[in-house]
Design a protein around this ligand. Structure first.
Ligand code: MN
Length: 130
């Protein structure tokens, strides 16, 4: 088997991190976690990741601001970012994509759809770097 794709989950809720991480690990991905944006950004700058799952509602630096910071840094600018948010309100998807996220999944997460979106974004990201 080829080397596992590396995914960073930035999510403040421990139960959600465990749930999201469990689904990703069972799908064969290598998962790391961060509980807030500052730790997540530091981790993303220190190690290579193939995809970032970004909670939008975070304490301190929120997920949209964190996405803009990652996009502004050459080291992390091209990593696909999949946003997850409880606020499935009209206009949210536009704001999320405008901030630089590549995709959007509303909570509660439908995991079949979530994992399909992860696979799609990883494929796009791989094509972009080859
Ligand atoms: Mn949150």
């Amino acid at each position: 088997m080829s080397e596992s794709k590396r995914i960073l989950i930035i999510e403040d809720n421990a139960a959600n991190r465990k749930l999201i991480g469990g689904h990703l690990q069972r799908s064969g991905y290598a998962v790391q976690e961060a509980e807030d944006a500052d730790k997540g950004i530091a981790r993303a700058l220190a190690e290579p990741f193939d995809l970032i799952v970004m909670d939008i509602q975070l304490p301190g630096t929120d997920g949209l601001t964190a996405t803009r910071l990652l996009r502004a840094n050459a080291k992390t600018a091209r990593i696909p970012i999949l946003a997850v948010t409880a606020h499935a309100m009209r206009g949210d998807e536009g704001r999320i994509l405008a901030a630089g996220c590549d995709g959007y999944v509303a909570k509660p997460i439908a995991y079949k759809e979530f994992l399909a979106t992860v696979a799609t974004l990883l494929a796009v990201g791989q094509a972009a770097t080859e």
